[in-house]
Design a protein around this ligand. Structure first.
Ligand code: XMP
Length: 517
């Protein structure tokens, strides 16, 4: 998998020792314009050598190096002559495996700490202040660096808070340079890459696109490819890259389920058919979806009904395209990393809802397989996709079907689309759109009494949901200013017929989920 770095000859391998930080480290390396990949600690020194990285970074991890069965790395890696930077647990591991000493301290060190730099000429810390704020999270501490390696910084609780040796090409930091709270963290990472590893930092969005285009042309040859457009960022960017590579040999299928946000279908058609000139099969399937959903109220039953019909409609469209052997998928790097791990339990049946069948007989073209979401957005921008698509928030496959509690009907969808549009528009007007992970309206299956003018009303409430999140696994309800909520509320009540009350959901995840169903 991914033997060649897309758009770059230079690869840095990030060894994941189990903390949540490995992805962040990989992203920071890429921000320094060096391509990075995450690998498991079980990787052999031989495999590392085969991949020819210009540098290796060991991430932090939850273990103590002294714990029974603590994860280590094949010590042969130290004989390869490749520069290695250890972070937190990674630094302790380097020390432990190379003649240094890691001790239990009486108390750990957590949070912001002041680092004192003892060597101004060091590669990692040169040019940074003599005293600086860093983020720590450790219990054990390195008390003696690896043999022949000098300590270059300390903190009150970590006598060896950083070490390096140019000859042995060993570098370590007890603090976390990848987190925002470490003020000069990005500089430390960049200095390791540029000076320690000799990277040129030439990995750019334009180079990624050029390489992807070449690879797609080589893979697809003169065959045809098919791509399902969902309206979301990933499938849109994947389609745009593949279209750049093979032009008319690509056919896109856009199934309008009738459960999309206001004007979303129109935007997809405008962008792909009219602006890019993509061969697009547009299936208006709203009536079929409403028929399939009639009488269904249970959330998972709705998901199943929508998911199954989606596959059938997609297959009908696919039958119209002769000889397509390839299917374009917007798989991203986090999906690739995560598919290697086991997920504890399924709370909602997300997979494949609004996605594609598992047993489809195609070869896959996955041009975004090595990219993180923010990189995909940059590629999309570079290819000329409009902001409305590139900046789009995540949207569930079953669409508004899981934001209408109870039975889904065309009237309810129209009500919700209207209210949802107002919520998102006001958030954009307030300049808050980018801070918010998802913001939308929910239509519950209850009515309440109100009064408008002199009239008693008996109408539906709209619930506003807005959350901040990093990855949708956890989320916090967004502290939207009262005056923005006020504008949303009065606009929804005045402009959306049948709605007489607005509530704001102040539940975080957990215990809530982001969606209501
Ligand atoms: P929850 O509601 O579980 O959602 O906190 C986490 C993220 O997943 C999205 N979501 C879905 N995506 N099909 C999807 O493709 C689904 O059935 C589905 N349900 C929730 C949700 O919008 C959030 O981003």
């Amino acid at each position: 998998m991914n033997a060649a770095a897309p758009g770059s000859e230079e690869v840095v391998l990030v060894v994941d020792f189990g903390a949540q930080y490995a992805q962040l480290i990989a992203r920071r390396v890429r921000e320094a314009r060096v391509y990075s990949e995450i690998v498991a600690p079980t990787i052999s020194a031989g495999e590392i050598a085969r991949r020819e990285p210009i540098g290796i970074i060991f991430s932090g991890g939850p273990d103590s190096v002294h714990a029974e069965g603590a994860i280590a790395i094949d010590p042969g890696v130290y004989d390869l002559g490749i520069p290695i930077l250890g972070i937190c647990y990674g630094a302790q591991l380097i020390a432990g495996q190379n003649g240094g000493l890691v001790d239990r301290t009486d108390r750990g060190e957590y949070g912001r700490t002041t680092l004192t730099v003892d060597n101004d000429d060091s590669i990692l810390l040169g040019g940074t202040p003599g005293e600086q704020s860093v983020w720590m999270s450790h219990f054990d501490a390195i008390v003696k660096p690896p043999t022949g390696v000098a300590a270059i910084a300390s903190t009150p609780d970590a006598p060896v808070a950083a070490f390096e040796d140019r000859e042995q090409r060993l570098y370590g930091v007890q603090f976390h340079p990848e987190v925002m709270h470490t003020k000069h963290g990005q500089q430390v990472i960049e200095q390791f890459l540029r000076v320690g590893c000799g990277s040129t930092g030439r990995w750019t969005m334009a180079s990624i696109i050029d390489t992807a285009v070449e690879q797609i042309r080589a893979q697809v040859g003169d065959h045809r490819a098919l791509c399902g457009l969902s309206g979301g960022v990933d499938s849109a960017v994947a389609a745009a890259v593949v279209h750049k590579a093979i032009g008319d040999q690509l056919t896109c299928v856009f199934v309008d389920t009738g459960l999309m946000r206001l004007d979303e279908g129109e935007q997809v058609i405008e962008t792909f058919e009219r602006n890019f000139g993509v061969d697009l099969i547009h299936v208006e399937a709203g009536d079929r979806f409403f028929a399939a959903l009639a009488g269904i109220t249970e959330p998972e039953a709705k998901r199943r009904a929508i998911g199954e019909l989606f596959i059938r409609v997609f297959e009908d469209a696919q039958a119209q395209v002769e000889g397509a052997d390839f299917l374009v998928q917007g798989t991203l790097y986090p999906d690739v990393i995560e598919s290697g791990s086991e997920h504890a339990s399924t709370i909602k049946s997300h997979h494949n809802v609004g996605g594609l069948p598992d047993d489809i007989d195609f070869a896959l073209v996955e041009p975004l397989r090595s990219l993180f979401k923010d990189e995909v957005r940059q590629v999309g921008r570079e290819l000329g996709l409009p902001d409305e698509i590139v900046e789009r928030q995540p949207f569930p496959g079953p669409g508004l079907g899981v934001r209408i509690i109870g039975e889904v009907t065309p009237d309810k969808v129209a009500t919700l689309q209207h209210a949802d549009f107002i919520v998102r528009e006001e958030l954009r007007n307030a300049g808050l759109e980018r801070e918010i992970w998802q913001s939308f309206a929910v239509l519950p299956d209850i009515r309440s009494v109100g009064v408008m003018g002199d009239e008693r009303t008996y109408g539906y409430p709209i619930i506003i949901r807005a959350v901040t999140s990093e990855d949708a696994m956890t989320a916090d309800w967004a502290r939207i200013p009262y005056d923005v909520l006020e504008t949303m509320s009065s606009r929804v009540i005045n402009e959306v017929p049948g709605v007489n009350r607005v509530a704001y959901d102040i539940t975080s995840k957990p215990p809530g989920t982001i969606e209501w169903e």
